[in-house]
Design a protein around this ligand. Structure first.
Ligand code: G6P
Ligand code: ZN
Length: 543
């Protein structure tokens, strides 16, 4: 009998974090580790008869092995059809687009996003539901609970499925359809933006450097930018997805995409730079000698959205994660549209989009997106910027400076303290939380504190409540320091300290962010004693 049942025992620690289950590759390589998680997921999902599942990943090391395992288990679960990207490749936004286009009941994304890959790197798995977005917490909680009780696995005792040629094969009762990873996604993009205007921009000599960071965004960017939009060959660099991302850290921020920054700050720099991460859902946009912060990027897109064909009728509303700067709030206010503040994690935007309450969303962690899919979307953001540059005739820098002029600049930085022992990080947060009731109304490090709390979110659509989503210390002028522990790391804990200060005065808007934020850094140290708890005297990464 090709469909077989095997005994298994639970693994500890299979609780999905901010974005699925992420662990070292070596953890995933343990026999039955991935199998257990997939079985727990399939046990929690309803019957799959007649249903379609989408499967794909960012091509990192272990992707192909994991996909074969999942295909066998999907056959045992009884799916009618599995759509899998050619070579096992699908970017995260493409999975979302494919789920939606083909009416799939869900999809499995194999990625650890921006975390490094390779045999010593990270791997991850995440389930997306029928709207194309990450499973909500009630699903991920149920999956975790199930991982603790597993005693058997169901799989097919069959050879590997060929993944490199397009077409359909049969795995027991399930059709395995190998699809082109790019075409469904490209069709969605063509339906959103003014491709003619962007084509004219490139034809006029506009120069873009798109750094795909040796990750899955490469094939998508090449097909759309160099293919459909006529950008010169070589516009997309580091375009071939590699299993270890060339040994680099595929995270588009000024620290990890330093090569892109160097090109944009060189003499004869291109007009615009852009990068996407391991699974192509994050983006960074850079002007000539000008870095755009993700929070400002979201605000600029919101301010000019009606210039893009898909958003011509205006935005229903916008949303940002709590630690993201309030720049977009100011734009929303001026536009007279609602602005929602959610916890960190793209999954919180899904309900708002499904209910038609928001059109654009974004996060400080280099994620921006809209209701065209239910994931953030790196290339989408770059195409949006190109559409704006083409239709306004302004440069990237001019667009951001106009935002600052109208709304003031939300000077912003995130300080990360990585790989802290978990007990130390927990103790820091515990003490900080304990101090909250006495902080409001006091002055610390010379700064008057208006409010100090632990962010909690009530979903306006389904009423679900998420507690303890980050400590905020807000000053009387609206400046903020936010503290939270990352939910995506795989080594110890990462403390994130987010700093924001509003600067209305154009004469002071060019002060380097780290300098302008120094008083808030002192406040953060005074209230959280980061040095004492972590033993680190400076952050490991500042973006
Ligand atoms: C992923 C999620 C984002 C989140 C980011 C940072 O990219 O999709 O929604 O903002 O990770 O999460 P973290 O918990 O590490 O701060
Ligand atoms: Zn990502």
């Amino acid at each position: 009998m090709p469909i077989i049942t095997l005994p298994t025992t639970p693994f500890d620690g299979q609780r999905p974090g901010t974005s699925g289950l992420r662990k070292k590759v070596t953890v995933f390589q343990q026999p039955r580790y991935l199998e257990n998680f997939v079985q727990a997921l399939f046990d929690v999902l309803p019957d799959a008869a007649g249903q379609t599942l989408v499967v794909g990943g960012d091509g990192r090391f272990h992707n192909r092995v994991a996909i074969q395992t999942i295909l066998r288990m999907a056959a045992a679960k009884g799916y009618a059809r599995v759509l899998v990207g050619q070579g096992g490749i699908l970017s995260t936004p493409a999975v979302s687009a494919v789920i939606r286009k083909h009416g799939a009941s869900g999809g499995i994304v194999l990625s650890a996003s921006h975390n490094p890959g390779g045999p010593d790197g990270d791997f991850g798995i995440k389930y997306n539901v029928a709207n194309g977005g990450p499973a909500p917490e009630k699903v991920t909680d149920a999956v975790y609970a199930r991982t603790l009780q597993l005693s058997e696995l169901h799989t097919a005792d069959t050879p590997d499925v060929a993944l490199d040629a397009l077409g359909t094969s049969r795995l027991e009762g399930t059709d395995i359809v190998v699809i082109d990873p790019v075409s469904d996604y490209a069709e969605v993009m063509r339906g959103l933006f003014d491709f003619a205007a962007i084509r004219t921009l490139f034809a006029g000599g506009f120069r873009l450097r798109y750094d795909a960071m040796w990750a899955v965004g490469g094939p998508y960017a090449k097909a759309l930018l160099e293919g459909a939009l006529g950008a010169p060959a070589g516009t997309v660099v580091n375009a071939e997805p590699l299993e270890d991302f060339g040994g680099l850290h595929p995270d588009p921020n000024p620290v990890n995409a330093e090569d892109l920054i160097a090109h944009l700050f060189a003499d004869n720099a291109p007009d615009m730079g852009a990068a996407s991460d391991g699974d192509a859902d994050r983006n960074m946009v850079v002007g000539r000698k000008f870095v755009v912060s993700p929070s400002d990027s979201l605000a600029v897109l919101a301010a000019h959205a009606t210039r893009v064909p898909a958003y011509q009728a205006g935005l229903a509303g916008v949303a940002r994660s709590m630690p993201t700067s309030t720049a977009v709030d100011r734009v929303a206010k001026a536009l007279g549209i609602p602005c929602f503040e959610t916890p960190t994690g793209w999954k919180f935007f899904g309900n708002l989009m499904d209910a038609g309450k928001v059109t654009l969303c974004g996060e400080e962690s280099y994620g921006t997106g809209s209701s065209h899919v239910r994931e953030k979307d790196g290339l989408w953001a770059v195409l949006f910027w190109l559409n704006l540059v083409a239709t306004t005739g302004q440069t990237v820098e001019q667009l951001v400076r106009a935002l600052w002029k109208e709304h003031g600049r939300c000077v912003y930085s995130r300080h990360d303290y990585e790989a802290i022992p978990t007990d130390k990080a927990d103790a820091l947060m515990r003490e900080l939380r304990a101090a909250l009731p006495t902080l409001g109304g006091t002055t610390v490090a010379g700064l008057p504190i208006a409010l100090a709390d632990d962010f909690a979110y009530t979903d306006p659509v389904d009423g679900s409540v998420s507690q303890k989503q980050g400590v905020r210390v807000v000053l009387t002028d609206g400046s903020r320091v936010v503290f939270r522990l990352s939910g995506t790391g795989t080594e110890g804990a990462t403390l994130r300290v987010y700093l924001e200060r509003h600067e209305p005065n154009p004469a002071r808007q060019d002060l380097p962010a780290q300098e302008a934020l120094q008083p808030l850094v002192a406040l953060a140290e005074a209230v959280a004693k980061v040095r004492a708890f972590t033993g680190m005297d400076r952050p490991t990464v500042m973006t």
